[in-house]
Write a protein that binds this ligand. Structure first.
Ligand code: TPP
Length: 359
């Protein structure tokens, strides 16, 4: 399927149309239970994301990067990953985390300022999320090369935004991936902005997907607000990676409905009418229409999903807030196994500024 959509011809994959009707040629034909589960995961992501935003405003969470509008491009591929695969995520990936079963309380704890929140529980192959833009992409390719050397039949997925594609790390990583035919799936959430920089100032190329061609492998642009399209594209790319057929770049064409982070004000650089147009393409509404057409959605189901999501989110917040808060040491402890003298000195300064005695 991936080869059928040529980014150079402006072709992109979309399965569910605006009325919630699926293209029978590309519908991945998931079992009903899976479809309902995907809806529930998207709804939980929306609920948790909204809660995180509010917690920041109440002073109960640090700076937070919201995922509103990007639930389909995160949950769709997350649902295609197998437990033995690896994920190298970045800071805007709540739906991935929820789909892969990362404890929400632990995730919230991270955004409350505690590095322990990035200690992935045993059994989950998720690297700590990257804040430095694009730095996770070479790491993912390295992991892909390691998997090949160890003859593991696993795929290694990595997520990043459109802004990351301007970093050297992106190009170096994709070049290695092409040359060494690594089992990577590169998922770019093209949400149209890198903070205030619009996509058209990021690259002169008409699509991000086509950048894969220069590195000798396939790229596909996908409607990132269509969860089935994102799932189908990711599933095929992950299967190909596991089978030793090399990497794929997936460009999820989507939109960040809220601010870049809680420290940003998108109204300063985006026209309100633009966001209003994208509100109409809400990925959860689209998938709900699809489920309704298939007789898999009604008000009772909606209520069940909403109550379950609210319950899980409230429980996670209570748990995260009961965990120990971050200490000053935590800000310094996680880069080096033995702290170099310069950092030790800064730790001392930070502690005395905070009125603590250096131990
Ligand atoms: C190496 C690096 N440079 C700059 C920043 C500051 N910064 C944080 S997010 C961001 C924009 C990222 O945009 P994009 O990659 O499109 O992802 P999005 O935030 O839109 O999901 C920048 C420049 C950073 N975190 N790391």
């Amino acid at each position: 399927m991936i080869e059928k959509f040529d980014p150079l011809k402006g072709e992109s994959l979309r399965i569910i149309d605006a009325d919630g009707r699926a293209d029978p040629d590309y519908d991945p034909k998931l079992p009903d239970a899976d479809l309902r589960r995907i809806y529930s995961l998207m709804a939980t992501t929306r609920t948790a994301d909204t809660k995180a935003f509010k917690l920041q405003r109440q002073g109960r969470m640090g700076t937070y990067a919201p995922s509103r509008g990007q639930e389909a491009c995160q949950v769709g591929p997350g649902f295609a990953l197998k437990p033995e695969d690896w994920l190298f995520p970045y800071f805007r990936d709540l739906g991935m985390y929820i789909t892969l079963g990362y404890p929400l309380a632990t995730y919230f704890h991270f955004w409350m300022g505690n590095e322990n929140g990035m200690k992935t529980p045993d059994g989950l192959n998720i690297f700590p999320l990257a804040i430095p833009v694009a730095s996770q992409i070479p790491h993912a390719v390295g992991a892909g090369m390691a998997a090949t050397i160890k003859k593991l039949r696993v795929a290694v997925a990595v997520t990043f935004g459109d802004g990351a594609t301007s970093e050297g790390d992106f190009h170096e990583a994709l070049n290695f991936a092409g040359v060494f035919k690594t089992p990577n799936v590169f998922i770019c959430y093209n949400n149209q902005y890198a903070i205030s920089v619009p996509r058209k100032k990021q690259t002169a190329a008409p699509t991000i997907a086509q950048k894969a061609l220069a590195y000798g492998f396939s790229g596909i642009q996908v409607d990132g607000n269509d969860v089935l399209a994102m799932h189908a594209a990711a599933r095929e790319a992950l299967d190909r990676a596991r089978a030793g057929l090399g990497p794929t770049l997936i460009e999820a064409y989507t939109y960040r409905l809220w601010d870049h982070t809680t420290s940003d004000d998108a109204a300063k650089y985006r026209d309100k009418s633009e966001a209003a147009e994208w509100e109409k393409k809400d990925p959860i509404d689209r998938f709900r229409a699809y489920l309704r057409n298939r007789g898999l959605w009604d008000e009772t189901f909606e209520k069940e999903v909403a109550e379950k999501a609210a319950g899980e989110v409230e429980k996670a917040v209570a748990e995260a807030e009961s965990l120990p808060p971050a200490s000053i040491e935590d800000l310094f402890s996680f880069t080096y196994s033995a702290m170099p003298p310069g950092l030790k000195e800064q730790l001392g300064e930070a502690k005395s500024a905070a009125g603590e005695v250096l131990r």
